[in-house]
Write a protein that binds this ligand. Structure first.
Ligand code: GLA
Length: 507
């Protein structure tokens, strides 16, 4: 009897120990993990996991968005899952794997966007960390129209740090870029905005004012320097708590941040949705963008307002009504022919939404970044100009070759983009690998681009009747800077592979 009684507590204890160790060994719960970046920075993510036997579900919460786990499996102390993500314009499956031990976790993340493969180490997240990642929803304001700021009568022109420098941008580099733009003819060609993209932000002070990190010691002094060169300074933020590169966003501080930008002397804001998706639905976008549009107007300084939410929720339909001067129509461009030409030709049909003060933005230029040939970069530049797209160079202008500058600075081609009529071009003809696009110009002429997207040289032709014109037209080749005389009926030209011929026709 005594032996029997003695056994009961022991077996209970064993049971209890077993269940404790089982729950500690279970991945269920919220985790926070950090990975070092090669340049000394770090990336952070959160995991909200639910383990049921060998099955793992939940979400991986990146700085810019939450992604649902797919194919989640647990085996011993190891686990793996995939997520589906959109990079640029392509949907991709990313595979993650890791190990866990009690309250510690390790996770190998595949390369993503501009990031290399990363090794995360983490632990269970505190309630405060969970609340910071998934903040309480601040209800969007009621919708109403924001008055126009009167800016951007033609598509904004300038430079942006992201495509080339990503997070490696600082005060010194921005000053050098401004100097280069004055010295190499970019400023004279019309490129005025010098735009700092993501990664300038630090935390906030006790009053909630946004602080710059050590890369940008004095934003006001930097703005003064850029202005002294006859240029303007742009900056970047997100309506979410975190930017896409996991820096401080403007969530709950919109009016305060707009006042800070104005006080610094900022002339342009790119406002990138990113982590706002952790709080809001796409249908909340108009109201959320309206909030900053109004804050910028109230801040009392002319600030061009650039919406960046990758063309979701038909932004072109409501962009102007929230005070937007331009809005991205696509995911991120990359420096490849495939990415560029896919984005370019996908702009068809959006022409009716663009006009003076409000432009479709197919993303920044990659000209000169090295992933395409000069022929391909001329095609890139041509279609952006025919589209009346904002022209934001995305290369290192301190070391740009003459060939690159000749593409960016071609006055006649830039003139098509900046034409006072402010009409976005449209597709006129498409064949197997060729296309003709036309852009109506002030004074009754048209810019006509003959594209060859194929890998063999070919002849591309257009009839004046395709353009709604007739008779004899004056033709000028804008890349060759050559008059082609008075031409009846139509025009045809041999076009190199991945190349373009851009003409201007005038009755
Ligand atoms: C998003 C934007 C990019 C760039 C990065 C910065 O991906 O679409 O243009 O601003 O964020 O993190």
């Amino acid at each position: 009897m005594r032996r029997k009684l003695g056994l009961i507590p022991w077996s209970l204890l064993l049971c209890l120990l077993f269940s404790l160790s089982a729950s500690a060994a279970d991945l269920t719960g919220d985790w926070i993990a950090t990975a070092p970046l090669p340049d000394g920075g770090s990336m952070q993510l959160m995991l909200r996991l639910k383990q049921e036997g060998a099955k793992l579900t939940g979400i991986v919460s990146l700085s810019s968005r939450d992604l649902a786990l797919q194919n989640g499996q647990v085996s011993g102390q190891g686990f793996a899952f995939t997520v589906q993500t959109t990079l640029g314009d392509e949907s991709r499956t990313l595979s993650y794997s890791g190990t866990f031990n009690g309250d510690e976790i390790e996770l190998s993340a595949p390369p993503r966007g501009t990031l290399p493969p990363l090794q995360y180490k983490g632990r269970r997240a505190s309630a405060a960390e969970v609340a910071a990642n998934w903040p309480a929803r601040i209800d969007p304001p009621a919708r109403h129209d924001v008055a126009s700021n009167g800016l951007a009568p033609t598509p904004p022109m300038g430079w942006n740090s992201w495509n080339h420098f990503h997070r490696h941008i600082d005060d010194k580099t921005v000053r050098e870029i401004a100097d280069a733009m004055v010295a190499n003819g970019m400023k004279d060609a019309g490129y005025i905005y010098v735009n700092i993209d993501d990664t300038w932000e630090d935390s906030r002070d006790a009053q909630g004012n946004i602080l710059t990190n050590s890369k940008f010691p004095d934003m006001k002094a930097l703005a003064a320097y850029v202005h002294s060169k006859g240029l303007k300074l742009g900056i970047y933020s997100s309506p979410g708590t975190r930017t896409c590169a996991n820096f401080e966003g403007s969530y709950g501080h919109e009016a305060q941040d707009a006042r800070t930008y104005a006080a610094w002397g900022i002339d342009y804001l790119k406002y990138d949705w990113c982590s706002a998706s952790k709080v809001y639905q796409d249908s909340d976008m108009p109201a959320i963008y309206q909030k900053m549009g109004e804050a910028l107007l109230a801040a009392g300084r002319p600030i061009v307002y650039s919406l960046c939410q990758y063309g979701r929720d038909n932004v072109w339909e409501w962009g102007p009504s929230v005070g937007g001067n331009l809005w991205r129509t696509t995911g991120d461009i990359s420096d490849t022919w495939k990415s560029m030409i896919k984005i370019a030709f996908a702009q068809e049909g959006l022409e009716k939404w663009a006009g003076p003060g409000h432009w479709n933005d197919p993303d920044m230029l990659e000209v000169g970044n090295g992933g395409m040939s000069d022929e391909e970069y001329r095609t890139h530049m041509t279609i952006w100009c025919v589209l009346a797209a904002p022209l934001l160079a995305g290369n290192d202008l301190r070391s740009a070759s003459r060939a690159t500058l000749d593409i960016l600075e071609n006055r006649e081609v830039v003139g098509v983009d900046q034409d006072a009529l402010g009409k976005q071009g449209h597709r006129v003809l498409t064949a197997a690998n060729t296309a003709v696009w036309a852009k109506p110009l002030a004074g009754g002429g048209q810019a006509v681009a003959l594209f060859n997207a194929g890998s063999e040289a070919t002849t591309v032709a257009v009839k004046w009747s395709d353009l709604g014109l007739s008779g004899t037209l004056q033709v000028r080749d804008l890349w060759a800077h050559a008059d082609r005389g008075k031409v009846a009926d139509g025009f045809s030209s041999q076009v190199p592979p991945h190349g373009v011929v851009l003409i201007k026709v005038k009755p």
